[in-house]
Design a protein around this ligand. Structure first.
Ligand SMILES: CC(C)(COP(=O)(O)OP(=O)(O)OC[C@H]1O[C@@H](n2cnc3c(N)ncnc32)[C@H](O)[C@@H]1OP(=O)(O)O)[C@@H](O)C(=O)NCCC(=O)NCCS
Length: 136
């Protein structure tokens, strides 16, 4: 049975998931620090197996970032990614109660822009905003 649970996954679970979507694995200490510095962590389990995940990082008032949204390939195209996003956005509505102008960012993987557009995210640059930039 598929369950959506707010909890921090173990580093092994997280690495297994990132590996399944082609993002590789990181040292456990790095993963644990990242996950412990997360505001809201959403796990999707099928029985005991972590098969989906998404998290929110940020300061809860001015800046939020949705990161690491992923679903194990075998479970993709079953609306699990959509449900993860809906639950993350529900949580963002909670932060909006403190500051309605809170900004939520994300970086879409190449080709995944359409998935996020369904939830109202727009690509930059546009008439109002400059490009989202990244330091390599
Ligand atoms: C992106 C991801 C989380 C989507 O998860 P999912 O469970 O397959 O998504 P859903 O089943 O809820 O998708 C529902 C619908 O969203 C739309 N959608 C999904 N990916 C899309 C894309 N790249 N472009 C446009 N629409 C898309 C489709 O209409 C899709 O329906 P379909 O699966 O029947 O085609 C999943 O593909 C994934 O884990 N990919 C690898 C990791 C990744 O790239 N994550 C994004 C990080 S920015």
């Amino acid at each position: 049975m598929i369950k959506y649970i707010q909890k921090t996954p173990t580093a092994d679970e997280f690495n297994c998931l990132t590996n399944s979507v082609g993002w590789g694995v990181r040292e456990k200490s790095i993963v644990n620090k990242a996950l412990n510095n997360t505001l809201f962590s959403l796990c999707v389990y099928d029985d005991e197996n972590l098969i989906g995940y998404g998290r929110i990082i940020g300061d809860e008032t001015i800046f939020l970032y949705i990161h690491d949204v992923m679903v194990v390939p075998k479970y993709q195209h079953k609306q699990i990614g959509t449900t993860i996003m809906k639950l993350l956005l529900n949580q963002i509505d909670e932060y909006k109660k403190v500051n309605p102008s809170i900004r939520t960012y994300l970086g879409a993987s190449k080709g995944k822009e359409g998935f996020y557009e369904k939830f109202g995210f727009i690509s930059r640059p546009n008439d109002d905003l400059g490009a989202g930039m990244i330091l390599y």
